[in-house]
Each structure stands twice: as C-alpha cells, then as structure tokens.
Write a protein that binds this ligand. Structure first.
Ligand code: SAM
Ligand code: SF4
Length: 371
C-alpha cells in the first residue's frame, strides 16, 4: 500500500472523566509553587521532556519499523490529551522548560493543536517543539504556529522520490520538502531537518543535504543510525555511518568551515561561510553526548524512561488516571532519575544483565520509545 493521505485517527478520547484529575488540573495561568528540580546522582539536571504521543505512523521507515508496523498501543492504552498536559504541568513545576512532541508520528493525533496550545500555556514552559515526518504538516502548520509551537524538526532521509519510497515504503518526498519550505515561510523560530545517515542508503546524498543550508535557514542534522529498527537492517552493521566520519566529510566539503553554537545534542555544529543554515552531527550511537544529557522521555503508553539505551520503565499512567497529587507524579520521575546510569553504555550493559532471554527486549522500534 502506498501512502494514503486520509490516514488519520484520533488515538485516544481527548478527555478523562473530570474526577480523574480532581487533584491536579493543568494550570490556568498562575505560577504554582515550584517543586524541587529533577536531578540525578551525577548532578545532572533535566529540563527537557520528549513526549511520544502515539506509536502509530503513516510511514514505515525501514530503519524504524516493518511494513506491517509493530504492536501499536491504541485507545485507552495511551495517554489522553489532559493526561499529557497534566504530566507537563508537573514537570514544569520541577523545572522543565522545553517540551517536544514526538512519536510515532505526532501529526496523526487529531488533538495535536490542543496539546501544543496546552503545553505552550503551561507556566514555566519556554518552548514547545515537534518532531514530524512532515507528511501532514501543511494541514496543521498555521494552527500550530498560532498555538505557540516554537520549533519543528522534519525528518527527511533522501531528496530522491524513488529512494524515499524505498526507505519509507510510501510516497511523499515533495510533500516533506514543501513542509520544510512552509515552516520557513511561516516564520517558525527553529526549523531543522533530521537525516538518519546510512551507508549504502543515503550517504551519497550527504553533500546535497549540506547544500540545502546554502539558501535555507535550516539546521540539517545528520543522526547516527541506532539499533532500534525492529530487527530489520541494523544486524550486519554495514549501514552504520559514524559521527566522526560525518564531521570529516563536512570539513572536506567546506575547508575552513566554522563551528557554531547549537543545542546540547548538536555535539558538532558548523556553518559554511555565507550559508544561511547550519549543519549538525548527532552522535546518537557513539554516545559522546551523554555527559550533557538533559532529557526526560515519556512513552505514548505513559512510562518514564531515563535513557534511550535503558530498558527500565517507570509507570505514570495509573497515578495520572487516579488523580494522584502532583508530588506523587513527581516521585515517579525522581525514582527514574535516581536510577539513571552514567551514560548510555552503562545503561545498555545494565539492561542486558537484567534480561533473561532475548525476547525480554521490550521496545524494538524508535516508534515505541519515542524518537
Ligand atoms: N515520526 C516522526 C519522525 O519521523 O520525525 C517522529 C518520530 S521518529 C521515531 C523520530 C526520529 O527518530 C526521526 O528523526 C527518525 O528519523 C529517527 N529514527 C527512527 N529510527 C531510528 C534509528 N533506528 N536510528 C536513528 N534514528 C532513528
Ligand atoms: Fe514513522 Fe518516524 Fe518511524 Fe519513519 S521514523 S516510521 S516517520 S515514526
């Protein structure tokens, strides 16, 4: 089946019963008393939450999930609109200032504008971002901007229509390119393009992606391929392209290129002289960024994860659904981050040691973890 434009569904009823949130409704504007900030045993503080709002998606990228999808959670199994906003409210009290909605594909949820508006209106939250494959972006772009969306990361791994179809198992490269242009035209404060670079898939397009930054004020971010592909193409390792090699290629393409400033994960970031945009490299697999980690992850089914490479999960849903006070919800985050490993290597080692068999690996795709 090719990409079907009408694919869209409301993942979950948008409201829980009023009694379920009686102890802690999302704030209506006044600043609630701050709670102690979230910290781990290494003194790192966490001010950035990435919330997966669905596991489902309208594409089937080969480096993420199989054609038939994975075992998507649906309906009551995933967080509802007001539950997500309640979690953001508690986190904002704990010092979280940046919120990102991701998935799965966040734009397949019909309440996306409401979520952005609610997050942007939460006292303490300074910026709200979205990571999307861009297919449905034009449908929501103006409303998202009006709702307070500050940044949009659009994923695009090839500029070629035939290759797009091979990588995503759907059509739509022009739609994604139009979404990038639209985001810039509408004046979104931050527009980024996420490219998962893979040997033998799209590494030949590295120069073309870099050249997008000549006339477009975007940050093109090359991301290392990670083993969260539902056991599809990672196994042999032959498609892995290292951050180190990507940085060398940028320096070869643009001798004398300047380093510039970026976010914490944009570990290597450059701007070619006279170019409008920036080029970043994200060492997502080689993990040289762990010391700087400020991320909290919440999965679509309401679990806290303290590291992409850890299997440990901390359950939020029952507390949120039973109307527990903010302090109890905050306690789940505190427990999760008290347990956080020093880095992703340590986290992976610990998780592997806890597994009894290979089938214990719970989440096998980025769409279940929240990319
Ligand atoms: N559907 C949205 C999208 O594609 O932008 C948001 C969710 S997606 C899981 C978030 C990001 O994770 C995307 O930029 C995607 O390219 C990246 N991603 C997915 N699987 C990956 C993998 N195995 N290794 C590295 N990045 C991956
Ligand atoms: Fe969907 Fe994003 Fe995964 Fe691609 S990377 S299949 S767009 S969730």
């Amino acid at each position: 089946m090719l990409y079907n434009d009408s694919f869209q569904h409301d993942e979950a009823p948008s409201e829980t019963k009023p009694s379920a949130i009686a102890h802690g409704k999302p704030s209506t504007g006044s600043h609630p008393a701050p709670l102690p900030p979230l910290q781990d045993q290494f003194g790192r503080t966490f001010d950035y939450v990435r919330i997966a709002i669905t596991e489902n998606c309208n594409l089937r990228c080969t480096y993420c999930m199989p054609e038939e999808g994975v075992d998507f959670k649906r309906g009551d199994q995933i967080l509802k609109t007001d539950e997500i906003l309640r979690i953001i409210h508690v986190l904002a009290r704990m010092g979280v200032r940046k919120v990102r909605f991701t998935g799965g594909e966040p734009l397949v949820r019909k309440d996306i504008v409401k979520l952005v508006e609610g997050a942007a209106g939460t006292p303490g939250v300074k910026s709200v971002h979205l990571t999307t494959n861009g297919i449905l972006f034009s449908r929501y772009a103006e409303r998202l901007l009006a709702a307070g969306l500050t940044g949009v990361n659009i994923s695009l791994d090839t500029l070629d229509a035939e290759k797009f179809q091979r990588i995503t198992r759907r059509t739509g490269v022009e739609k994604v390119l139009d979404s990038i242009r639209l985001a810039l035209d509408l004046g979104f404060p931050r527009v980024k393009v996420n490219v998962v670079l893979m040997q033998g898939f799209n590494d030949d397009e590295f120069p073309a992606f870099c050249e997008l930054t000549r006339d477009m004020a975007v940050t093109v971010r090359f991301i290392e391929f990670m083993p969260f592909d539902a056991h599809q193409i990672w196994e042999s390792g032959e498609h892995f392209a290292s951050a180190e090699r990507m940085v060398s290629r940028i320096k070869e393409l643009y001798p004398g290129v300047e380093t510039t400033s970026g976010t914490r994960t944009e570990h290597h970031i450059f701007q070619a002289p006279g170019y409008k945009g920036k080029i970043a490299v994200i060492p997502a697999f080689t993990r040289s960024l762990c010391g700087n980690c400020s991320r909290i992850r919440v999965t679509a089914d309401g679990k806290v994860r303290n590291c992409l490479y850890s299997d440990d999960e901390y359950e939020l849903m029952p507390l949120v659904r039973s109307g527990a006070p903010d302090e109890a919800i905050a306690g789940v985050f505190r427990k999760a981050f008290a347990d956080k490993a020093k880095d992703g290597f340590e986290a992976k080692k610990r998780s592997a040691a806890k597994r009894i068999s290979v089938s214990d690996i719970g989440r096998i795709s980025m769409t279940q973890i929240g990319g």
